[in-house]
Design a protein around this ligand. Sequence first.
Ligand SMILES: [Zn+2]
Length: 273
Amino acid sequence: MTIDVEDYFHVSVFEDTVRRDRWPSLESRVVANTARLLDLFDEFGTRGTFFVLGWVAERFPSIPRDIAHRGHELASHGYAHRLIYKQRPDEFRDDVRRAKKVIEDITGHAVAGYRAPSFSLTERSLWALDVLLEEGYRYDASIFPVRHDRYGIPNAHRWPHRMTVGDGTLFEVPGSTVRVAGINLPVAGGGYFRLLPYAWTRWGIARLNRVERQPAVFYLHPWEIDPQQPRLPAGALGRFRHYRNLHKTESRLRALLTDFSFGPVRSVLPECA
Ligand SMILES: [Zn+2]
């Protein structure tokens, strides 16, 4: 179970319409939405990994503290929510270093994991793996083995696995897919969870667990359980992806937590525990 902790206005859909210097002036809803997710996970006895945006942790240090206090794993979503392939390697290094330090300074817990904004670790940004290893990260969860307009490495390995990177090793925890007619279809989280019927997610995770004998990596954002969030300008596709079915997410999440059991990423990567 993985949560990318960011506010509704950080999402890449709004990158061109909501300038970064406006972020501090927008109504923030991430504290309340994250608390709702934490309450839900307490109710079901579920523990997960929270990839916290450094910008959010810095402004609201109670968020990473609360996550740690309630027994979840803390990880990094980078600092400023910039797509990897739109940064130079030195900019990316500063971003992931700053996020790791902010979260570790607040909580005293070592951060082992990283997930990129919008799974932006693609063929043209594979150099980022070397940077992550050099900056002290132990695993990455940013590669999605699918075709998509903004992300994806369609032929990437589909399971959590160890990779040789430079002189060391890094674990990769890819987004979950099921393979149908030779194509990888995304199955567990975010827009796929909200836009497609719940039956798709349930079928996909069951298939991964029972047929392929693998854990599923489910992901969600706190803003996805908040139908009342302020509306921001974006193109038609972006608005559809962001706002559709927000009112259904919480009841679906309850169904998911009833049908399956989840744990933090470190529970499938014992070397990172
Ligand atoms: Zn994000």
